[in-house]
Design a protein around this ligand. Structure first.
Ligand code: ASP
Ligand code: MG
Length: 425
């Protein structure tokens, strides 16, 4: 008998019918002889609605109170789910994040888990009950206040609990049948991936694929906790996120060089024009941004024109931070000594990801040729060992994703993707 942690996202528990459907799945897992610990998100779009409500009374609500408000969403779903499971003749007990021992730092809205002490959850399962834990929340070790882990954080709660409980697997249920080679809304021929490594999933999540919360994948990789991504609306097998060695072990799988294409429309690009090409300039620019708490993504510095000895430095960052970043740089313009700033938030990033590219030459050439054939202009390029990303105009993102997907033979013969629920909010 093993421990299974199951996480159900908002679209899986959107209404009473959804909660009853999920309850049946949980009871079936329990009856198959497992100890079951469930992590739930708030019902449907509850979290967005609570944020809207907060903004109606305050444009900038204090983090402590906002977290107190948002965590109510998960408390609703956990209690109602426990009742639904009870109706099926199985005892269930719900716990807030704090009761379940999810201990975090004190950063409201983006708290990090520092420890999980799930004594009460263990007691519940030892007693034969199903334990239900509110996702995305914890309690600060220092302030004792209730915290949240950031949007989509229930995935991370689930993996952290799975690790603390030494579970066999962490199952993450949403409204799609697993991880696909691209967003099926852009590429209808996207293919479902049976197995993928932690590293590739991390790159996908970090580059815009909305499959799993980034920190959840980091956590799973660090502690080697297999994640099984599935739909709560179907019985399809879904996707296993495992160690790279375990992907290779699956001999039924053709070893693709590129595992998937991700895209991201949440970034903006800043170009610092006319930077004197001398020691310390980049340090001054990025020091200013760091002091303003800006997280950067890509950075490109041009070669300076020989006659002027001036260069341009471009970087991308979350759109939400655009104003803060340009304001901070403008304030420091006199000290840094650049000519002007350009800001563009009509960009998108398209990335191809695949562990196989480590040992395959010509991947960038093929990617860039496919983009050229599709008439897509490349504005910036960056790479990691297993990823190549380009920045393109926002309106060309779809074309670029489709071109890359086709060029690397990822298109499936038949449409595989079904989106079952969710409002896409
Ligand atoms: N309910 C939270 C959100 O919508 C957490 C989650 O769904 O994982 O972001
Ligand atoms: Mg949600």
């Amino acid at each position: 008998m093993g421990i299974v942690v199951q996480k159900y996202g908002g679209s899986s528990v959107a209404d009473a019918a959804g909660i009853k459907r999920v309850a049946r799945r949980i009871v079936a897992t329990k009856q198959a002889g497992n100890d079951v610990v469930v992590v739930v998100s708030a019902m449907g779009d509850t979290t967005d609605e609570l944020i809207d409500l907060a903004n109606e009374v305050s444009p900038n609500p204090p983090g402590r109170e906002l977290d107190m408000l948002l965590t109510a969403g998960e408390r609703i779903s956990m209690a109602v789910l426990a009742m639904a499971i009870g109706e099926l003749g199985q005892k269930a007990r719900s716990f807030t994040g704090s009761q379940a021992g999810v201990i975090t730092d004190a950063e409201h809205g983006r708290a990090k888990i520092i420890d999980v002490t799930p004594g009460r959850v263990q007691e519940a399962i030892a007693n034969g009950d199903v334990a239900i834990v509110a996702g995305f929340q914890g309690v600060s070790q220092t302030t004792k206040d209730i915290t949240t882990l950031g949007r989509g954080g229930s995935d991370t709660t689930a993996v952290a609990l799975a690790v603390a409980l030494k579970a066999d697997v962490c199952e993450i249920y949403s409204d799609v049948d697993g991880i696909f080679t691209a967003d099926p809304r852009i590429v209808p021929a996207a293919r479902q991936i049976p197995r993928i490594s932690y590293e590739e999933t991390l790159e996908m999540a970090a580059n815009g694929a909305k499959i799993l919360h980034l920190r959840c994948v980091e956590y799973a990789r660090r502690y080697d906790m297999p994640i099984h991504v599935r739909s709560s609306f179907s019985d399809k097998e879904g996707t296993w996120v495992v160690r790279a060695e375990d992907v290779l072990k699956d001999e039924t799988m053709e070893q693709a060089i590129i595992s998937g294409v991700a895209h991201d429309r949440s970034e903006a690009k800043v170009t610092v024009v006319g930077v004197p090409d001398k020691v310390g300039e980049a340090a001054a620019i990025f020091g200013t941004l760091a002091a303003a708490q800006i997280n950067l993504d890509m950075i490109v510095q041009n070669v300076s024109a020989t006659d002027t000895n001036l260069t341009d430095i471009s970087f991308t960052l979350p759109r939400a931070d655009g104003r803060t970043a340009t304001a901070a740089l403008t304030k420091a313009q006199g000290d840094i000594g650049f000519e002007r700033l350009q800001y563009n938030d009509s960009i998108g990033k398209v990335s191809i990801i695949g562990a196989g590219m480590r040992s395959a030459p010509g991947i960038s050439a093929k990617f860039f040729a496919a983009l050229a054939d599709a008439g897509v202009n490349i504005e910036m390029i960056s790479t990691s060992e297993i990823r190549i990303s380009v920045v393109v105009a926002e309106e060309q993102v779809d074309a670029a994703v489709r071109a890359a997907h086709e060029a690397f033979n990822l298109d499936a013969d038949e449409v595989q993707a079904v989106v079952y629920g969710g409002t896409g909010r």
